[in-house]
Structures are given as C-alpha cells and as structure tokens.
Design a protein around this ligand. Structure first.
Ligand SMILES: NC(=O)c1ccc[n+]([C@@H]2O[C@H](COP(=O)([O-])OP(=O)(O)OC[C@H]3O[C@@H](n4cnc5c(N)ncnc54)[C@H](OP(=O)(O)O)[C@@H]3O)[C@@H](O)[C@H]2O)c1
Length: 510
C-alpha cells in the first residue's frame, strides 16, 4: 500500500519535536457518546484550542448509535469541560470550538452511515481526516472495514492525509492482536495507524529519552556494570470501579503490563537510536522486548506472581474485596496485582533483573521507575560510620509528581564522620513553571501532525503479546480456583515479597 498518512513527508518532523500547527483537519470520533470522549478527548481538544495548537480550520464529527442532534453533542462538550477540565464558563475558546462540533448517529456496520460521513467530510473539505476509534475493541475491525469500503481512508484527489487512532486494548492475546493487525493492514497502511498508549504521552516518560540521550553523564553508567536492578511500579489506589465487565476478562497483566509497562521498560532499556525520528526510536524500542527471556519455563511461571485484593482499608476508607465488587464473579481468579522479574538477554543488561509490579487497591497512587545502582566496591567509612551505605538510586516519577530524583550518600553535619542518604530532586511543576500537558493532548496533536514516535508499532504490540500470552495460557490451563491475595491497602501479596527477597533485594517502600 502507498503511504497516504502524510507522515514522514515533512522534513521538520524528522528532527526535534518542534511546535508546528497541523494543516486543516477534521477529527471523526467513533464512540462520541462514550466515557473516553467525555473524560479525555473533548477536554484535550479544548486545551489544545486554548493553547492555539489546533489548525485554523478544524472540525469534529462525533459518531455513535445514540440519537443526538448537533446541539445536544455541543451540550455534552460543555458538560465534559465543567466535569473534567474545570471549565465552568462558556469561554470564547469553548464556544468557538463548540461551533465546529457536529454529530452523526448510526450503526457502525451500516454502510449508509459511512455514505453520510463521506458527504459531510466532502462538505467540510479538510486536507486531513483523523478517525478516532473510541469504541469497544470488538468494533474496531468493523469500523476499519467500513471506512475502507467507503473509500474514506484515502484522500479523494491524492492530496492530504487519512489516519486512524486505535484505542487500547489492542487484542487480548497474541492471536487476536495479530488478527486485528491483519484486518487493519487490509485497509490501511501501517503509517496510517496510530495505536495509542497514553503512557507514552506522559511528560516524564518522554523525558526518559531526553534524560538518557541528551546528557553525557548518565548513559555511561546505564548498564550492567553499574546498575544492580531496576524496579518499575504502577500502583493504583482505586479498585475495579465500574469497569468489572471489562476487567474480569482482562486482569492486571493484560491491562497494564503488556502495553504501558512494557513501553516504559523499553524506554529504560533501549540502545540509543541514531536519530530522534519515529522509525529509529521505534526500531530501538523493539529490541529490549525481543531480548526478554521467556516468562514461561518448563511450564512454570515462577517469575510472575499474580494476586487479587481482599477487603481492607485504603486512604482511611474501608473497601470491599475484588470478589465482592459489582459485576465480579464470586469465584473470580482475575489478577488485580501482578509482579514480574524480567531478564534481558543483551550485552547491556545481562544479569540485571527488571522487577515490574502493578496493582489496584495499593496504598498509594504512584508510577515510578527506580534505577538501583551497585554499591561502591569498598566501604572505607566502615570504621567511623558502620551502618551499611545505601546504594545510589535514580527515580523517575511518572505520576503524580512528575520529576526525577537522585539519592546519594552525604556527610551528616557535625564533628563526627557520619553518613546519611540524601535526595536531589527535579520537579517538572516547579522547574519550568508551566503546566504539564495531558497525555491525550500531546498524542492527539502528534497524530494530526503525522508523528507516530509516541505510538505503538504493530511489531512491538505483537512482541509484547508473544511474551505475555504463554503466561496467560498457563494460568488458564492451571484451572486454579484461588490465587494469592493481598489485603486492600497493602503493597501486594507475600509471594511477591518472597520472589524479590530470594535474590537479596526488596521492593521499594513508596
Ligand atoms: N474510558 C477511558 O478512560 C478509557 C481509557 C483507555 C482506553 N479506553 C478505550 O476506549 C474505548 C472506548 O471506551 P469508553 O470507556 O469510552 O467506552 P464506553 O463509555 O462504553 O463508550 C463506548 C462508545 O462506543 C459507542 N459504540 C458504538 N458501537 C458500539 C457497540 N457495538 N457497543 C457498545 N458501544 C458502542 C458507544 O455509543 P452508543 O452506545 O451510543 O453507540 C459509546 O459512544 C474502548 O476501547 C476502551 O477500552 C477507554
């Protein structure tokens, strides 16, 4: 297929991410009556408009089955701003953007819907059209097929571009991810497909690339000679909330590890790309995933611990156990927590474990990457300060307080030589005095600009599923009626502590 995404043709985008404004664009949101649209997409569009980052000619067409007139969709837009963007008033920016919103109701498999969409797009006449699939995953293929059949994925006269953003989850295992890729590739060129992973839109996650590759002092120690191990944590305090129907079929390994945490791990572990261009970065990001040792060995998944929360207390509030949540089967063995020890077969990382953990109903909402360095070879202060010295630690805080901290040993003030660890902190909020954009703002804009650097490529998604799927299959085959548990408000099950303790290490207390 030929490249009709328009991406890569702009030489400015091959270099640094500069601040261009996209061409005239129409954003078509499939699933415009849904939660994601209200919670994330409409507020992000408002913020982009406020920052004058949207094209001068910009329109939004919302699509869903719910019957709604244009005005009702505009009301939904205002409501979403007050609920999720703290914008109570109908500001000039909001009313101007609302005027560009329109809505089409229809069934996603009905060709008549696409005929009406085609007419509307023709009337608007934008150079670029970005289709956003904010619909249940079971409907992605239908919409891609219908768009293809209606000839909507190619610009009518060869000018302009057509792109499609696909939401998570991208498949539920290797087979379904491959099948989805095949369907998409039947109608779209890979350069037109933007698989969103909102973790990649987070400022500190992007900053990992800058931190590692725009500084001379970190990269020389970023390897097995100096690093003892890496811990990646994504902890949530919330439970399953109203998403039980989805979560019961997913679990933590699918919901968090296959996508977000594997992306983060790759950015920590990747080799330097030869340039900051989408394909160079995405090529290098693939290598670490391909180099991970299988998680299933001799039919055993001993490096992967799954668990489920029972009733407990989180943030001073008593909360029910997972099996007692609405919509959860009483005998459910869905993993609400998972921790993994990951080993990479690469020159840089041989023998350095990456411990990855994520869970719901943990004591604190935080996502961080902790690089634990080796201790100095000799403790020359042992006689005067006999306590063991803490190893150097570099922590990248992804959320909520975006920033980077370094822990090192210092002399305690006083007449005696006593040592104590101290932290040196960089915080995004205070360092630049600028609001950090929401991930969806960055990613929507990138897709309009045709820059796929921060989107998941088909081979990465498949490689990550190839790693995870044998574990899911082994769990399924085991037919276990119960899995380890942890009380809500605790940092996971005893088994996870035992896994890391067996190697003389411990999880960080956050
Ligand atoms: N919500 C989030 O924060 C979030 C976060 C990450 C990823 N996602 C992903 O984004 C997508 C949308 O999620 P959501 O939370 O917005 O879901 P949702 O609230 O259930 O909305 C689904 C949207 O799709 C429409 N739809 C069209 N055909 C449908 C069908 N056959 N069955 C059900 N709905 C259909 C629904 O509208 P009608 O019923 O009017 O047709 C609605 O607008 C999903 O793939 C989800 O995994 C969501």
């Amino acid at each position: 297929m030929t490249d009709v995404s328009g991406g890569g043709s702009n030489p400015l985008l091959d270099g640094l991410r500069i601040e261009p404004t996209p061409e005239s664009t129409t954003l078509v949101i499939f699933g415009a009556s849904g939660d994601l649209t209200r919670r994330k997409l409409l507020p992000a569009l408002y913020q982009l408009s406020r920052a004058q980052r949207l094209p001068a000619r910009f329109a939004v067409i919302g699509i869903a089955r719910t019957e709604m007139q244009d005005d009702a969709f505009r009301e939904e837009f205002y409501k979403s701003l007050s609920e999720f963007a703290e914008v109570e008033e109908r500001t000039e920016v909001a009313t101007a953007l609302a005027r560009e919103l329109s809505y089409l109701a229809g069934e996603m498999d009905d060709p008549a819907l696409y005929a009406r969409l085609s007419e509307k797009l023709h009337a608007i006449g934008s150079d670029g059209v970005l289709f956003y699939l904010a619909i249940p995953p079971g409907v992605y293929a239908t919409v891609a097929e219908q768009l293809g059949r209606a000839g909507l994925v190619k610009p009518p006269d060869g000018r302009g571009w057509r792109r499609v953003i696909v939401e998570k989850p991208f498949g539920t295992d290797l087979g379904s991810a491959r099948a989805l890729n095949e369907t998409l590739h039947r109608h779209l060129d890979e350069s037109q497909i933007f698989r969103i992973d909102h973790y990649l839109g987070k400022e500190t996650v992007q900053n990992l690339l800058v931190f590692r590759f725009a500084n001379g002092m970190f990269e020389p120690v970023w390897n097995r000679r100096y690093i003892d191990h890496v811990q990646i944590t994504a902890a949530e305090t919330v439970g399953v909330e109203r998403r039980a129907a989805y979560y019961e079929g997913a679990g933590a390994l699918r919901d968090m590890v296959q996508n977000h945490l594997m992306q983060v791990l790759s950015l920590v572990a990747m080799e330097p790309p030869i340039a900051f261009s989408a394909e160079n970065v995405r090529d290098r990001k693939l290598d670490p995933i391909l180099s991970i040792q299988p998680l299933l060995e001799d039919g055993r998944t001993s490096n992967v611990i799954r668990a489920q929360y029972t009733a407990g207390w989180v943030n001073g509030k008593e909360v029910p156990g997972y099996r007692q949540e609405d919509g959860v089967a009483p005998g459910s063995v869905t993993d609400t927590y998972v921790s993994l020890k990951v080993l990479l077969d690469s020159w840089r990382w041989a023998g350095v474990p990456f411990y990855v953990r994520t869970g719901k109903r943990l004591p604190k909402r935080t996502t961080e990457i902790a690089i634990q360095f080796r201790r100095p070879p000799l403790h020359i202060f042992k006689r005067v300060s006999p306590t063991a010295i803490a190893s150097n630690l570099l922590v990248v805080n992804v959320q909520p307080d975006e920033g980077i901290s370094v822990r090192f040993e210092a002399k305690l003030p006083g007449t005696r030589m006593q040592l104590a660890p101290v932290m040196m902190n960089f915080r995004y909020g205070s360092a630049f005095g600028r609001a950090v954009p929401e991930a969806y703002e960055t990613l929507l804009l990138d897709a309009m600009l045709g820059d796929p650097t921060l989107f998941a490529r088909h081979d990465f998604v498949e490689a990550s599923w190839a790693l995870i799927t044998p574990v899911l299959e082994a769990w399924q085959a085991s037919g276990e009626k119960a899995i380890p548990t942890y009380e809500a408000g605790e940092w996971g099950p005893r088994e996870a502590d035992a896994m890391i303790a067996a190697e003389g290490r411990r999880w960080r207390t956050l």
